[in-house]
Design a protein around this ligand. Structure first.
Ligand SMILES: O=P(O)(O)OC[C@H]1O[C@H](O[C@H]2O[C@H](CO)[C@@H](O)[C@H](O)[C@H]2O)[C@H](O)[C@@H](O)[C@@H]1O
Length: 359
């Protein structure tokens, strides 16, 4: 299907377009406040956590402790086992799905400065020239586009709730930044299942900003259909107070619910949609709904990526890869230690296609 046809079929309510009527509210998460705080800490552990590491240890260092070694045996490196994990992809339509923070860019204190390297950008560009490639992120779509700056990709912002097709294609679809335009110059978005929450998310953002302004180091980020409250630069003695404020606001909006990521609590619409559903949607929209000849690769580092790992793991073929340098409970089957290894993996993938495509 061409990009133009794809966009129009989506806009016209084509066969690949899920209808809004199917929304079912998510069940509230009844975790205690301490449960939330623990989960947040565990999902973004301190850099040096392994007992054997000295002060000079970095994220590049392979941990050697027994729990990590055990975990690694059941979540082998997608780099060290590259040919093996890609065996089932030969002859299939490979789709590449990439999370942004902690996957393409290293985790940093200031979310506004989470830049990806030029080398990573080139690797993603080369990947997208060979396979349909999407960024699936918690970030607002425009902001992640500002970091990635590749118009040939699909972008699913707000944890998959704001999906846009490539702004450029080889069929002459007019483009303008992240926005794909139709013949009349109107913006065409593939799917925004939470569009009716726009105003309430603005309201929540203001409320949270007001509360967070009283907590040193706290920062609130408006991700369009998700509002993120960052704890990374807040002293741990103030975490409980900040979390109480977030929980209290979230509870007074029954149509919203709370999730947690790497030192971040996020409030988002209570709809049955997540990164996994966005992945399925993109594969369907590209005309591969019921086919077994699809091989999705999903690379992510955080809790919200687990929804996508689950979806990939349930498919007949595919490769869910967790980016982690520490033991984590995950639905991914393979691992990479950090964004540097993600870069190496993408570079290998590009080379692999050149070899595997040979007759
Ligand atoms: O789905 P993602 O692309 O992984 O986005 C999830 C959240 O990532 C960002 O926060 C994380 O990265 C920051 C920059 O490295 C870091 O400071 C923060 O502690 C991390 O949680 C982003 O700022 C959030 O809005 C995203 O929801």
């Amino acid at each position: 299907m061409t990009n133009t046809a794809l966009l129009l079929s989506s806009v016209n309510g084509g066969a690949h377009y899920p209808t809004k009527k199917k929304f079912s509210p998510r069940k509230a998460d009844n975790r205690s406040i301490h449960g939330w705080l623990e989960a947040m800490k565990e999902s973004s552990p301190p850099r040096v956590r392994h007992l054997h590491m000295d002060a000079s240890a970095t994220l590049e260092t392979e941990p050697m402790d027994i729990p990590y070694k055990r975990w690694k045996a059941s979540h082998p490196s997608a780099l060290d086992n590259f040919n093996k994990v890609l065996e089932a992809a030969v002859g299939k339509n490979v789709f590449v799905f990439l999370d942004y923070d902690g996957t393409l860019s290293p985790i940093v204190e200031d979310p506004e400065r989470a830049f990806m390297s030029d080398e990573m950008r080139s690797a993603v560009k080369e990947t997208a020239a060979l396979f349909p490639t999407a960024i699936i992120t918690g970030r607002c779509r425009d902001k992640v586009y500002g970091f990635v700056q590749l118009p040939e990709l699909y972008y699913a912002g707000s944890h998959g709730m704001d999906i846009m097709g490539p702004a450029e294609d080889s069929n002459g679809v007019k483009a303008n930044g992240t926005k794909t335009l139709d013949e009349e110059g109107n913006e065409v978005v593939l799917f925004q299942p939470a569009s009716e929450f726009t105003l309430v998310m603005d309201e929540i953002f203001k409320l949270l900003e007001e509360k967070a302004s009283k907590v040193p180091g706290a920062r609130v980020e408006h991700n369009k259909y998700c509002v993120s409250v960052h704890f990374r630069c807040v002293k741990e003695e103030n975490w409980l107070h900040l979390a109480e404020q977030v929980l209290c606001i979230s509870k007074s909006y029954p149509n919203l619910y709370l999730t947690q990521g790497r030192k971040v609590l996020e409030i988002r619409p209570s709809i049955s949609w997540n990164k996994g559903k966005a992945l399925d949607f993109l594969i369907r929209t590209l005309g591969h709904g019921n086919k077994n000849d699809v091989f999705p690769i999903y690379i992510g580092d955080d809790q919200t990526d687990e929804d996508a790992f689950k979806v990939v793991a349930r498919r007949k073929h595919g490769l869910p890869i967790l980016v982690s340098n520490v033991v984590k409970d995950t639905n991914a089957s393979c691992s990479l230690r950090n964004p540097t290894q993600v870069l190496e993996f993408l570079q290998l993938l590009v080379k692999w296609r050149a070899v595997s495509a040979k007759p």
